[in-house]
Design a protein around this ligand. Sequence first.
Ligand SMILES: [Zn+2]
Length: 104
Amino acid sequence: MKQEQKELIRSLRLQGWGYKRIAKELRLNRNQVQLYCKTHGLAGAGEFVKLNLPIWYEQNDRCIICGEKLDRKQRGRTKRFCSGKCRTKYYRAKKQEEEEAQWL
Ligand SMILES: [Zn+2]
């Protein structure tokens, strides 16, 4: 599976999409999608996935943005992102959220 497809599966699951629908949309095998979801904390209902994903990822040493396995051999602070790219993505999204909140 391509990285793009993985990210799409992740975001569609967060919107509550089922495995079958995702598989059809991305032209993948349903079993492939299901396996990916089960091994990446994306099983269950959409809302449940949304709530538990950050916790699951942290417990499983995975990047909270893309779900890739983290290399925790490095000493020091706990890593939450696999790369600078994901870190930027996270802070950008966070900033956007804060800006939007100001308008509420
Ligand atoms: Zn990442």
